[in-house]
Design a protein around this ligand. Structure first.
Ligand SMILES: Nc1ncnc2c1ncn2[C@@H]1O[C@H](COP(=O)(O)OP(=O)(O)O)[C@@H](O)[C@H]1O
Ligand SMILES: Cc1cn([C@H]2C[C@H](O)[C@@H](COP(=O)(O)O)O2)c(=O)[nH]c1=O
Length: 240
């Protein structure tokens, strides 16, 4: 298991296992692994990177707006790896080609929080997969707190070679599978606001801060805004 790497060195985003042989896949694919918050997307992203890197392939880890507030791919299982932050105007073709120009090998891309990519950046990923045989693994939410597709996710659904729904079910408080990411403000489900609002499913640590979090719900309870018998107004009490 990779240790948690707290170093801010952005070159750590390149997997450090030395290349062996050619290692290039004959064709590139764009894959989108999607699921609600907390279903294991970042964990899978780090597992795929680990399995690729130990076969001598070199990957570039990319992220936009990780929960940690740093350019990191972080899993609630405790793993984390440094990544490169994708900025709004960044051309991902240029990013990869600059690495190649500098002599750095890049065989695959891992992109976490891919819902935050612009549709143009998803087009760039598709172009990279087609023209350069790069394997592109994207991980993200399908829908936002209003239950509408994120623009980046919509483009991934349109363009990806493979769509993979993450198999680990996140359960609503009632026990049904949850697919809806409700945004909760002071104990109430909110349905209006900015699309991007980085926060966790756990209640905020500081009791004096703004109480915004997400809760995964089944469709019925998302529709009715019912957060379950343990929901409290204001800051959520820890049940553990
Ligand atoms: N203490 C734990 N023991 C076992 N599994 C855990 C634990 N904490 C978190 N997990 C697993 O990690 C998942 C969240 O993984 P993460 O990669 O952070 O999700 P995502 O990126 O989709 O938000 C949970 O659904 C659960 O399966
Ligand atoms: C639904 C929704 C989510 N977000 C943010 C909240 C988190 O920071 C990430 C998702 O993280 P995870 O790795 O999938 O747990 O996205 C948002 O900004 N807007 C939304 O509507």
């Amino acid at each position: 298991m990779e240790p948690i790497n707290a170093s801010p060195d952005p070159t750590d985003a390149l997997s450090s296992v030395p290349a062996s042989g050619d290692g290039r896949a004959p064709t590139g694919r764009l894959r989108f692994f999607f699921g609600p918050m907390d279903c294991g997307k970042s964990t899978l992203a780090l597992q795929i990177d680990h399995n690729q890197a130990r076969q001598g392939r070199r990957g570039l880890l990319l992220v936009r707006h990780d929960r940690s507030g740093t350019p990191t791919i972080s899993s609630r299982m405790g793993l984390a790896r440094n990544a490169l932050e994708v900025h709004q105007a960044m051309d991902l073709r240029t990013l990869v080609r600059d690495h190649w120009t500098r002599g750095a090998r890049v065989d695959y891309l891992i992109v976490d929080e891919a819902q935050f990519l612009s549709p143009e950046q998803v087009d760039q990923l598709a172009e990279l997969a087609d023209d350069t045989h790069l394997e592109v693994y994207c991980f993200g939410l399908a829908t936002d707190f209003r239950s509408t597709l994120f623009p980046g996710s919509q483009r991934l659904f349109e363009l990806a070679d493979e769509l993979d729904a993450i198999q680990v079910e996140v359960l609503c408080w009632c026990g049904r599978p949850g697919r809806f990411n409700a945004r909760v403000h002071d104990g109430d489900v909110v349905r209006a606001g900015d699309t991007v609002l980085v926060a966790d499913t756990a209640p905020p640590a500081a009791p004096d801060g703004v109480d915004i979090r997400y809760q995964v719900l089944c469709r019925n309870h998302y529709r009715t805004g019912d957060l379950g018998p343990h929901a409290v107004k204001g800051h959520q009490l820890s049940l553990t």
